[in-house]
Design a protein around this ligand. Structure first.
Ligand SMILES: NC(=O)c1ccc[n+]([C@@H]2O[C@H](COP(=O)([O-])OP(=O)(O)OC[C@H]3O[C@@H](n4cnc5c(N)ncnc54)[C@H](OP(=O)(O)O)[C@@H]3O)[C@@H](O)[C@H]2O)c1
Length: 297
């Protein structure tokens, strides 16, 4: 059983607090953020002391999770080191995907054992059920001596630890931003189009379809992409552009850019003429109009 402190009582900080409590640890303090955020967390888990100053939350904890916005991480770590909040051997973990443990270097020099452990899971506001982290892959970056406890910590929360090298973290996180946020944006665009098509239950269409697409392409890569771009059905694509321009012009740019992103990995399997027409259709709204006219739509 470890005494745990959470710095940053937001989406991930609150979920980690719940997950640590369920794993049998004692969440002793939460620090930083607004009082209302700290109160939400203390209302969820008994016995947690709210502290305005992150340094006050950190003192007396065996394990400290730093779950602040990425751009604040370096400053928060520097403040904690400056305020002499670290004790020898204290474990400090941040959850930012794009960074390794080097952003905690000042804390390490003050005696902390540090690691970067990023759960590859989207954590929306109000998600407090630790089940969300069960089976989730985590990117773990730590020095060789720190890796075992960092991996054990992830397993303790039901996660699946994978090593990602410090200098690969930005690329790793870019991949997840595309795989999660860009996919979400694509689904949000599709939902708009379905509503414009008077489909009353967009989720019934999108849920199974998007989940299957994600599963097969995550496993097999671009070879598993289907649809009009993959088939080279240029008249169909031109028709989509025309219908969107007429009924949902605000989604036109998103459709065009997503179709271009679809085309990119498929170029090797399409013929040169088809690629040229698709490039022209999808290049910009004006040129798409001209190319669409050539396809009688
Ligand atoms: N959400 C996700 O899906 C997800 C998934 C994996 C990893 N992460 C990582 O988790 C970290 C936190 O993200 P989040 O989504 O949980 O963000 P969030 O909901 O905005 O939470 C950030 C928390 O940090 C607090 N905070 C802001 N500045 C601070 C400071 N200087 N000192 C102390 N606390 C401060 C905020 O306070 P207020 O509440 O008062 O504003 C808020 O409670 C990020 O590194 C992110 O990359 C997020």
């Amino acid at each position: 059983m470890m005494r745990v402190a959470i710095i940053g009582p937001g989406r991930v900080g609150t979920l980690l607090a719940a997950a640590c409590a369920r794993a049998g640890h004692r969440v002793v303090a939460v620090g930083g953020g607004h009082a209302a955020s700290r109160d939400r967390l203390t209302g969820l888990i008994a016995g947690v002391r709210p502290r305005e100053e992150p340094a006050d939350a950190m003192r007396g904890a065996d394990l400290v999770w730093i779950a602040v916005p990425d751009d604040r991480l370096t400053q928060v770590a520097a403040d904690l080191a400056r305020q002499d909040a670290v004790h020898e051997g204290q474990r400090v973990v941040h959850v930012a995907g794009a960074y390794g443990p080097d952003v905690l270097e000042l804390l390490r020099r003050s005696g902390a054992r540090v690691a970067a452990c990023h759960p590859a899971m989207t954590v929306p506001s109000g998600a407090t059920d630790p089940e969300l982290l069960v089976g989730t892959a985590w990117a773990v970056t730590a020095s060789v001596p720190d890796r075992p406890w960092a991996e054990e910590l992830v397993r303790d929360l039901g996660g699946d630890p994978h090593t990602v090298a410090a200098d690969r973290r930005a690329l790793y996180h870019a991949a997840l931003a595309v795989g999660s946020n860009a996919v979400a944006a694509a689904v949000a665009t599709a939902r708009q189009l379905l509503l414009a098509a008077s489909v009353d239950d967009p989720a019934a269409f999108l849920g199974p379809l998007a989940r299957t697409s994600v599963d097969v392409v995550a496993e097999r890569g671009a070879v598993a992409i289907t649809g009009p771009v993959a088939r080279g059905d240029v008249a169909t694509v031109a028709g989509h552009l025309e219908a969107i321009r007429a009924d949902v012009p605000s989604s036109g740019e998103a459709y065009r850019l997503l179709a271009l992103a679809t085309l990119e990995p498929l170029r090797p399997r399409l013929d040169a003429e088809t690629i040229a027409v698709l490039d022209s259709l999808l290049s910009s709204d004006d040129r798409a109009g001209e190319a669409g006219a050539r396809w009688n739509v």
